[in-house]
Structure formats: C-alpha cells, structure tokens
Write a protein that binds this ligand. Structure first.
Ligand code: ADP
Length: 539
C-alpha cells in the first residue's frame, strides 16, 4: 500500500516537473522575444535613447537564467523518472511475491484438505474463527454460517481425555453416524496475545472398528480358552480316579506270587501309571493356575527341615545314577518362616528333580541364603549336567517347552514343570532365573518373600569362629565338598578343595594347614602324609 502511494506521489511529482518545464520554456521564449523586439519599439519616435548593449546584456542574462532553470528542472525530472522506474520494478516484485504467497497458502490448504483432517479454531469464548471444509462437512453448514458461532458437534460417545505435558488434550469422540474422530486440542495465542484453541481431528472410524473387532475376538478366544481349561481340568480329574485304581491294583498284584516275566509286566504297568499320574497332576496344576485359582497358604513352617526333606526324598534317584546330592542352609536365616510349604516343596522338587534328570555325572546341590531385600530368601539349585543352550534358556519357562524338543530327544517329560514353578514363584512375589552353559551344568535360582514366623529369634546357632584357619578338603564329590567349603568359609576359614590324592599331597607339603577333611575313600596313605596337620577329619 505504501509503495503504491509513493509511486503515485513520484508520478505526480514527475507530471508537475513536466508542466513546470514547459511553462518555464514558454516564459523564457516570451521574455527573450520581448527583449529582442523592445529596441525596435523604442526606436520609433521614442524619446528614450536606445542602448543596444544594455538590451543585449539583459537578454543574455535572461537566456542564461532560463537555461539554468531548464537544466535544473530537466535533471530533477530525470531523477524522478529513475525513482519511478525503481518503484515500478519493486511493485512488480511485490506483486509476484504476493502471488507466490497466495499460491503457497492455497497449496497448504489443498494439502490439509487432502489429509482429510477436520480443523477448527475457536477464540477464548469458544466462537469459531476458522473451520476447514472437512469441519464444514461434518457440521453440515457452510463456512459463513459457522464463523462467529459457538457451534459444537453432536457427540454420541466421549472417550477418556488425556492431558499431555505441553497442555495438548487428546481424546476420541463418536459422532452421529458411528464416525469416530480422534481430536488433538492445542492452545495457541493470537496476534494480540489472547488464547485460541486449535482442534485437529482425524477420522479413526476404521481403526476403532478394527480395535472393537479385535477386542471381541480376544474375548471370544479367552472364553474358549477358559472353556478348554475347564474341560482339561475336568477330564484330568476324571482320569485320576481310575488311574489311582490301576496303580493300587498294580501294587497289589506285585505283592502276590508272580512269575518273573509277570513281575516285569506288572512293574511296567505301575511305572507307566505313575508317569501318567504325574502328567495329569501337572496339567491339573496348570489349569488351576491359569484359572487364577492358585491360592497360597500363609502358615509357619521349618524352612531348613523342608529343604532337607526334599533333598532326602530325591537322594534315592540321585544315588541310582551315582550322583551326589546335598543342601546348604545359611545360618543367618530364621528357623521358621511363614509361607506355603507345599508349593515351595513343589518348586524345589521340580528344580532338583530336573537337575538329577539332566545330570549324568557329578552332583546336585541346593543352597538357601538370604536375598537382597528384607524377608527375601534366595534358593539356588546347581547341577553338573548337560546345561542349556542360550537360545533355549528363555523359552523353557513357557508351557510345553523343552530345550531339546526334537523327536530324537533323550529325556522324557512334558515341559510343564518349569512353567508351573515360574507361576508359583511369581505368585509368591519372587522371580526365577537361570544361569547355564551347555556341557557345564546349570544353576536355577529363585527368590521368594517369606517373613519370619512370630517368636522366631532369627540366627539360631552359635557359629564357630574359624577366622585365619586354613582347611584342606579332599573329596571326590565336588558338589558336596563345595557345600562344606561354603559353610567353613561362612565361619571365617580359608579353604582349598581338591579331588585327587596327588594334588592333596602336593598341597600338604606346600604349606601349613590347620585342618584336613578327607573322603574316607582316599585311605591310609593320605592319613600318613597329613600326620602333622593338627585336626584330621575323615568323612
Ligand atoms: P520337563 O522336564 O518335564 O521336560 P520342565 O518344564 O521341567 O519340563 O523343563 C523344561 C525343559 O528345560 C526340559 O525339557 C529340559 O530341556 C530343560 N531343563 C530343565 N532343567 C534342566 C537342567 N537342570 N539341565 C538341563 N536342562 C534342563
């Protein structure tokens, strides 16, 4: 605007210059003509004397003055002309720019419309300042009928509103005609600093319908799963009754005089029945857990006794395979704790049972010690068995998963024990983990929270003080010896553990020992060599 008025200004000034120039030129011609004719007028009967020199001087001066004025006006006119050209160029440039801006605005509008988003801007009183075509279509009104009104769309369902840290409100609304719009309301400031709300809505009808369909499908699947679980539980329960009958009859049959061949068959019936029973019990357990019916008891029990009983229960199986089995219970733990003893025994039996099943040589140890949190107790079940490949370590805690699930697998089982153990441990507020390397054994560890029973004094035993005592342990069974070493170290001793008599002889000669604990299998020779050791204990 300002440029246009200044162009007009320049144009007017240039016009004025032209006119002034023409006027000055005309005036100069008249004056010169006058002065050139004046002497002639004066000469005829004129009483005054004509002086040609004076007339010429005056005429010359007038011509010079006229020329100077003309030159001045011409140069001013030129300058104004140049200014006019520059302003016209600038005007053209601004015209182009204006056109580009209009085109960009149009393009942006086109993009926004193509996106299909509904856009509406309202002032602080909720009156519409701007609405795009999509909003007009949704409101079924033309733009002019919307501007200045506080019109709100008709909402069928209002979803929950989430407020983001930057003040943006996010919410879904169902409009008439089952259309769902996901809104983002952002507060912005206008040029005078007053607040406005810019609402951008996206049609999410398809997404919402897909979510609803998915939700329905999930509910149906869950219902089917629950029905399957109930069916499984019922069938397993029904199978258990006749199976117990078969087992009982097999036992009775084995008590009668039988031919050796018949004994073999009857034993096979009993073994198969027992395997089937344990499988059914696991399935029943799992369906109970899945149905959320795993109720835990909270009763006082003797923790150390429970662990030792479990180890004792498994020792015939370990001995049958030539394996050692032992337990270590940290003295810092209270004697009686509150929890579900039967479920804890089930987890320990499963982990230690697996440890025996997957170990061919060496041994199994169960360690119980305080955890890092208050009332937390950590259980570790170690074995020297086949170990578990890294890729199988996470999945074996899922149902029906086995590290070696191929048709050629060597070990029996259902793949349910660890899944059940994990669920029980988690219900007890703990977690279960695994540390293993193929060929180097496995350590399954879990923690559970077991508060001490009322009246339990905590540390029960007077622990001997063995600080500074060097003790040599000579034993074939590495796992049992490790548990003994752990206990001695707990009491302050330093221990060395060897499994070969030659290594023991070398160590005996190398330094002074306060005590030696040796496996009776190593015999008299070692006893002679250890004669100088103050305390000699044969295990
Ligand atoms: P199951 O023993 O009946 O197969 P589990 O759930 O108890 O089922 O164990 C799942 C799988 O985890 C086992 O099949 C085995 O492959 C692996 N596994 C469990 N414990 C051990 C272990 N101590 N050493 C090696 N592999 C193990």
């Amino acid at each position: 605007m300002r440029t246009t008025s200044s162009t007009d200004d320049v144009r007017a000034r240039a016009l004025f210059g032209h006119r002034a120039l023409a006027l000055a030129a005309r005036a100069a011609v008249v004056v010169i003509a006058f002065y050139l004719t004046l002497p002639l007028v004066w000469s005829e009967g004129n009483p005054f004397r004509y002086d040609a020199a004076v007339s010429a001087t005056i005429a010359g001066a007038l011509i010079v003055a006229a020329c100077g004025a003309l030159a001045l006006l011409a140069s001013r006119n030129r300058a104004l002309g140049a200014q006019l050209t520059r302003l016209e160029e600038r005007l053209e440039e601004l015209g182009d720019r204006n056109w580009e801006l209009k085109e960009a605005a149009e393009r942006n509008r086109g993009i926004l419309e193509a996106l299909g988003d509904v856009i509406v801007r309202r002032d602080h009183d909720g009156r519409i300042i701007y609405a795009n075509d999509a909003f007009c279509r949704l409101a079924e009104r033309p733009f002019d009928a919307l501007v200045g009104t506080a019109l709100s769309l008709r909402i069928v369902t209002q979803g929950p509103i989430t407020l983001l840290a930057d003040g943006t409100r996010i919410h879904d609304q169902e409009m008439e005609g089952a259309r769902w719009i996901a809104w983002r309301d952002v507060e912005i400031r206008d040029l005078s600093g007053r607040s406005e709300v810019l609402s951008v809505g996206r049609d999410v009808t398809d997404r919402t319908q897909a979510e609803q369909a998915l939700g329905q499908a999930r509910d149906q699947a869950e219902a089917a799963n629950r029905a399957k679980g109930r069916f499984l539980a019922m069938v397993s329960h029904e199978i258990r009754t006749p199976l117990n009958g078969i087992l009982g009859m097999a036992d009775l049959l084995l008590d009668t005089p039988l031919q050796p061949e018949q004994t073999t068959y009857a034993k096979a019936v009993r073994t198969s029945g027992e395997t089937l029973l344990s499988l059914i019990e696991e399935i029943l357990d799992l369906s109970k857990i899945e149905a959320g019916k795993l109720d835990l008891e909270a009763k006082p029990f003797a923790l150390g006794a429970l662990v030792e009983e479990t180890v004792e229960l498994l020792s015939p199986r370990a001995q049958a395979k030539g394996l050692d089995i032992g337990s270590y219970i940290d003295e810092r733990l209270g004697q009686r704790v509150i929890g579900d003893a039967a479920r804890l025994r089930q987890v320990l039996l499963n982990l230690a049972g697996n440890a025996i099943k997957f170990t061919e040589a060496g041994g199994v140890s169960v360690v119980v010690e305080p955890g890092s949190a208050s009332n937390e107790i950590r259980f570790l079940v170690r074995d020297t068995g086949i170990g578990i490949a890294p890729d199988a370590q996470a999945r074996i805690f899922d149902e029906f998963e086995q590290a070696d699930g191929g048709a050629t697998r060597r070990f029996g089982g259902t793949g349910l024990g660890l899944a059940i153990s994990r669920r029980i441990v988690e219900r007890m507020g703990g977690c279960i983990a695994l540390d293993s390397m193929p060929g180097h054994g496995s350590t399954f560890g879990f923690t559970v929270t077991l508060p001490p029973a009322a009246g339990d004094g905590g540390v029960p035993l007077m622990a001997p003080n063995l600080s500074g005592q060097a003790i040599l342990i000579v034993a074939r069974s590495a796992s049992e010896a490790a548990l003994v070493a752990r206990r001695l170290e707990q009491w302050g001793a330093t221990t060395s553990l060897v499994s070969e008599p030659a290594a023991a002889s070398a160590l005996l000669a190398a330094r002074r020992w306060d005590a030696i604990l040796a496996d009776r299998a190593f015999g008299a020779e070692l006893a002679r060599e250890a004669a100088s050791v103050p305390r000699r204990i044969v295990l």
